[in-house]
Design a protein around this ligand. Structure first.
Ligand code: NDP
Length: 502
């Protein structure tokens, strides 16, 4: 702290004594408090209000700052300016979290890890809200709250509950691909530095001429993938539940800046129409052989937050925060997240959350139709009109300066024509849903002992399921991935249960 700082009350009144309440004191030295003790009252009142709502998911997180450097000129498939010049650097905020457990929980718990990044580009913020797995448990967004509740605490016991967890997944088996990854070695990553992350969703990279490519984005650790064994993860959860926060913070303090290479897989709309998988189904990946990874940049995290609350807890990320040249696809889960994430930020941080320093764009912001509201910190657009009229042409200055036409800007609807009918979405499972998990089972077999550890990890969870018919349904679900997997799971789980019962 600077030497010239002196203590004041929150309104600026210099105050001599910051360590004592003012009392009407009796003979014993203690006494009655006084309402006129503004310092005491303000301090207590602020203390009981200093928590903001914890995120209902992704509460426990590691955060840092760094930069993205473009390694390819991507103007052949996107007009996004941060991708259009080799060597161009863009500041980035990164927040990596577990999903289900609360803010005080152990960060080595077996869980999917959320991977949020805010690119402060010269055309506004670009948020990527990824996971450390390439697929997701569901493809119908209506199931999102149920999925997460089943992974959290039981409404009666307030305990995590294997019955609830497996009942959800047996009832919604499209998550089998993600389950297999979750119970593999990658379900307990060693730390943030050693994980990959993936867009999961299909995005669109767009050009001013109205053309676009579908894209999946991959963020690949240059530290190498490293994982904890289940036993190590459990031990560390007891010894140092904040292991991942510490690991990242200390690595950056030591000057060991972790890096990731960022790649895209690209697909034309014509290829998408004929592809064997529905590219808007988040439970599927695109083959690396058919759609090779192309590097577009490098990410380096090199600065710790100055203040966790201001920089990381107040950070809000949303897939709807996009720059010209990047757009959402028709993935229904992505479409729902476009609404749900900023809605969560409005609830958690207030309607002016975009003005908080960690969320504020570094590019020009002029959005005079969003003004007033609680905690407005700037000049609120002064006397400028607050209605749409003839007084300002949309982005006129920007168009003139860059010599581009209006449709080149962020009008996400320009690139597609849809004809369809309104009906309920069905995400019923078919044999096709087991093709990629079966391929993954073979991939897992390439690392010595990994298939065995998947079985061991699943057995550890399934022994907590008290209903035999639910356990049988889980064996049969995994048996559809691989017969032997289902069989081994049954044999080992029932053997453990029998031993415990005897
Ligand atoms: P490839 O042989 O080209 O790629 C296999 C992929 O599996 C690699 O990306 C590898 O990651 C990844 N992998 C290895 N171990 C695990 C694990 N424990 N959990 C999750 N991923 C792991 O195969 P395909 O592209 O044909 O895909 C085969 C299967 O691999 C898919 O069905 C899918 O389940 C899985 N996969 C595919 C991805 C894709 O984008 N195509 C991405 C991730 C997984 P790494 O490069 O680090 O070795």
């Amino acid at each position: 702290m600077a030497d010239d700082k002196y203590y004041t009350l929150a309104e600026g009144c210099p105050f001599a004594n910051n360590a004592s309440a003012v009392l009407m004191r009796g003979k014993q030295g203690s006494g009655l408090g006084l309402l006129q003790d503004t310092q005491l009252i303000e301090t207590l009142a602020h203390f009981s209000r200093e928590r903001i709502p914890e995120r209902v998911v992704h509460a426990k997180a590691v955060g840092s700052y760094g930069e993205f450097e473009a390694t390819r000129d991507c103007s052949d498939f996107t007009s996004a300016s941060f991708l259009n010049k080799v060597g161009k650097k863009t500041p980035v905020l990164q927040r990596v979290s577990t999903v289900g457990p609360e803010s005080g929980s152990a960060d080595t718990s077996r869980d999917v890890h959320g991977w949020a990044m805010k690119f402060y580009t010269d055309e506004g913020n670009q948020d990527f809200v990824f996971n450390n797995t390439p697929v997701f448990f569901i493809r119908d967004p209506l199931k999102f709250p149920s999925l997460n509740r089943s992974h959290k605490r039981h409404p009666q016991t307030h305990l995590p509950d294997a019955n609830m967890f497996w009942d959800f997944h047996v009832g919604n088996p499209e998550g089998i691909h993600q389950l297999l990854i979750l119970f593999s070695d990658r379900g307990t990553p060693k730390s943030v530095r050693y994980m990959h992350s993936y867009s999961g969703h299909t995005y669109k990279f767009t050009k001013p001429d109205g053309s676009f490519k579908y894209a999946k984005i991959h963020v690949k650790t240059q530290q190498g993938v490293e994982n904890l064994s289940s036993q190590e993860a459990t031990r560390i959860a007891g010894e140092d539940p904040d292991f991942m926060i510490r690991d990242m913070f200390e690595a950056i303090e030591r000057g060991e800046y972790p890096t990731w290479n960022i790649y895209v897989q690209l697909m034309s709309p014509e290829e998408a129409e004929n592809y064997k998988w529905n590219i808007f189904d988040m439970t599927k990946v695109w083959s690396h052989t058919e759609f090779p990874l192309q590097q577009i940049g490098r990410l380096t995290m090199n600065r710790n937050p100055q203040n966790y609350f201001a920089d990381i807890e107040q950070a809000a990320f949303s897939p709807s925060t996009m720059v010209p040249g990047i757009a959402a696809s028709a993935d229904p889960v992505l479409q729902a997240r476009l609404f749900a994430y900023p809605d969560a930020a409005r609830y958690r941080l207030g309607v002016n959350y975009q003005q908080l320093p960690t969320n504020a764009a570094k590019a020009q912001v002029y959005c005079p139709f969003q003004r007033d509201g609680a905690m407005r910190f700037d000049d609120n657009y002064g006397g400028d009109p607050n209605y749409v009229g003839s007084w300002i042409k949309p982005t006129k200055f920007y168009q003139d300066a860059k010599g581009i036409r209006a449709s080149a800007l962020a009008l996400h609807t320009d690139h597609e024509k849809w004809v369809g009918e309104v009906s309920a979405y069905t995400s019923e499972i078919t044999d096709d849903d087991f093709v990629q998990p079966a391929a993954l089972w073979e991939v897992l077999g390439r690392v010595s002992g990994q298939q065995d550890r998947v079985i061991e990890n699943l057995v550890g969870s399934l022994t907590g399921v008290k209903y035999p018919e639910l356990r049988r349904a889980v064996y049969s679900l995994f048996g559809r991935v691989n017969n032997n997997l289902g069989f081994m799971l049954q044999e080992r789980t029932e053997a453990v249960i029998k031993t415990v019962q005897n």
